[in-house]
Design a protein. Sequence first.
Length: 422
Amino acid sequence: MERKAIIVGVNRQQALENFTYSMEELVNLATACHISVIGEIAQNLQHFDKTYYIGSGKVEELQALIAELEANIVVFDDELSPSQIRNLEEKLDCEVIDRTMLILEIFASRAKTKESQLQVEIARLNYMLPRLVGSRESLGRQGGGAGLKNRGAGETKLELDRRKIEMKISALSKELEQLVARRKIQRKQRHKNEIPVVSLVGYTNAGKSTLMNTMLNNHQADQEKQVFEKDMLFATLETAVRKIDLPGNKSFLLTDTVGFINKLPHHLVKAFRSTLEEVMEADLLVHVIDYSNPYHEEQKTLTNQVLQEMGVENIPVLYAYNKADKVDGPFPSQENSVYIAAKTGEGIEEFTKLLSEQIFQDYLQCDLFIPYTDGAVISYFNEHSQILATRYEEEGTAFTVECKKADAEKFQQYVRKAEAAD
């Protein structure tokens, strides 16, 4: 059966354009869940109504609209309490869901890896737990007296369901902890290898996965390494990590993380914390912004707020204003910012240059002299540095190289001269 919905929102003293954007986003979330939005009701209130979220007059208006448009589902723009859902379903006689349920549904359908599936399931169960209610017909009457044996069938059934869910959450959390521990070991190994890590962050559908694929195309040309990209909310849930090889034997790891959204359910922020820890280990954050979106400044602010709440601080940020090909210039000049079109490749060269300057700051230009007897050291620099000049002398080879500061220190005995690389 086709799911036809009416969306409902309450504006509590926020600017009208912000409220309008939130409602537009709700339509996009519903569409991503294959729900057709056929009507909308909005109300200005100081506070949410405790019983119905909207005022009783609006509930009657909603009832009439459901009958008129033959809707079979009502979607609310904020997280509803268990009692609000119960009261609304009783009054409206149709399915009632909120923004959180929509996001959980999208996440559940898109999760591919074991880790993201576990995270989504834990979030879903945590959300369900306080909302466990038996239908009125199936609940038994509560018997008199004390003790479990005298309780009605309905109450004992609810308690059993709660216990089952709590046990499942506990078992899934343990399984997730093991996967998180494995991920931490992988991160430690990467840190040990001294490969810089760059994390793509930003609002959902800003173009993070497209940017990653463009970087892979430019520097790897390996189609198997491509990540999934599509013009829709939450196309990517998994954290993808890819090695990018730049000219001059310079490499870095690029990670693509889950996108943020306004009113992201706290259950999901908590569940995805382990995935987002990739961000906290990064040497550089690339904040991808959809420059063509009229609300891109709000999206930028919201992403920064979530990162701050996660405890991400003191990590340099490069702002990549994406989809610039859809916007008429000229573009304002901003520090640590670049305008790109990841889909067409415009601005990617400048983006790569800025990124390199940030993550390869500790590179030195060194004059080395390596005796012919130390062939292994020559091989090492051939593999791990950019050879700028070579001169063969009687006792050995003189090189001018651009290399990591750590390598210059490691082979200090061969260094004749060292200075900061251009």
